[in-house]
Ligand binder design. Structure first.
Ligand SMILES: NC(=O)c1ccc[n+]([C@@H]2O[C@H](COP(=O)([O-])OP(=O)(O)OC[C@H]3O[C@@H](n4cnc5c(N)ncnc54)[C@H](OP(=O)(O)O)[C@@H]3O)[C@@H](O)[C@H]2O)c1
Length: 314
């Protein structure tokens, strides 16, 4: 493959970085280069300078250190961490909602996984005033890779297997990010699932229209966006196995509950749409390339256009 552009990846040995590197290996125009350094020392900076963009797939404190030096030297930075997502005026890389990154922006902040799932489900509905912007409750359930590859007692096989439990209740770092880009306060709780990848977010909202109208509003919002599918109803088709390994987000609107609340569902692969494939999508748009390069095909282009029953079998 003769590729004119190159992407330096810092943190390529981590979970998000590994998936980003694997995707970029098949990118027709951009070649990945692994930066194997713990600090932005002279050798690493020479390697970065030879690339068009530097992706940071490191913990946020490291990303902040790397970005500061790289930006000072005039490099373009694609940050997968949460180091810059709340910065004033930052280019937040959620293409369906924010549009393509500004071509001359020096930094793109790739969104977090839960915020991606929650914002795709909710923001068009708040914008169209189809649901109230207060009293929003969000329950997220994620596979364990969302925590990264570091060793932790609660991530041991014996703690996770056959188990499920809430974590970081009342202090999840994604709450301010969701609130900032939703423009509304939320109650957000998270649960750890005994699976490696994938997340299901369920939001309860107060509808201002019938469930059918809310569903139509969501469909209209994503008509032109092939990597977001709005399913006719919630059910097994929202299952994590339909999104794992894809860039797809699956959304559904539940029937209105007897309490008056309406559930809105969203599933994504935390390592793909929640991190690496979203980074590739942003990179393509930022560099003026065709959006689908290096990405798995959208579900809409597959024969059924919807998750099929056969794919539900193990
Ligand atoms: N996991 C997800 O689902 C997910 C989703 C969205 C966003 N993110 C974000 O993406 C980033 C990476 O997450 P992850 O889950 O891939 O974490 P991870 O599995 O713990 O990997 C972290 C990576 O960063 C490297 N690293 C650590 N300190 C470094 C430093 N000072 N300089 C250079 N490299 C350094 C590690 O290298 P070593 O191998 O040498 O330790 C490793 O390659 C985090 O900011 C996370 O919040 C993750």
């Amino acid at each position: 493959m003769n590729r004119d552009l190159s992407l330096a990846i810092v943190g390529a040995s981590g979970y998000a970085g590994q998936v980003l590197h694997a995707l970029m290996m098949h990118h027709p125009c951009i070649e990945p280069r692994v930066i194997d350094a713990r600090e932005p020392d002279d050798a690493a900076l020479v390697q970065c300078a030879a690339c068009d963009v530097v992706a940071l797939a490191t913990p946020s404190d490291a990303a902040r250190r790397w970005a500061e030096i790289l930006l000072r030297r005039g490099h373009r930075v694609l940050d997968l961490s949460d180091a810059h997502r709340l910065d004033e005026g930052v280019c937040y890389g959620l293409p369906e909602l924010e549009g393509p990154p500004t071509p001359n922006t020096p930094l793109v902040a790739n969104p977090g996984c839960y915020p991606t799932a929650a914002l795709l489900a909710l923001r068009p509905l708040l914008k169209a005033r189809l649901v109230a912007d207060d009293g929003i409750a969000i329950v997220g359930a994620s596979g364990a890779s969302g925590a990264g590859k570091g060793l932790r007692a609660d991530l041991h096989f014996c703690e996770l297997a056959g188990n499920m439990f809430p974590y970081k209740v009342g202090q999840h770092r994604h709450t301010p990010e969701i609130e900032r880009y939703l423009g509304a306060p939320v109650s957000f709780v998270t649960q750890l699932l005994p699976v490696t990848r994938g997340m299901l977010v369920t939001a309860f909202v107060r509808p201002r229209a019938s469930a059918a109208h809310v569903l139509d509003g969501l469909r209209a919002a994503y008509e032109m966006h092939p990597w977001v599918s709005v399913l006719p109803e919630p059910g097994p088709s929202l299952g994590l196995r339909h999104v794992v390994g894809t860039h797809q987000a699956l959304l559904a609107v539940g029937p209105q509950e007897r309490s008056g609340l309406l559930p809105i569902f969203s599933t994504i692969d935390n390592l793909m749409r929640g991190a690496a494939s979203q980074a590739v999508h942003n990179l393509n748009l930022w560099l003026g390339l065709s959006p689908e390069l290096g990405l798995p095909p959208p579900l809409a282009t597959l024969p059924s256009g919807l998750p099929g029953m056969s794919r539900m079998l193990p």
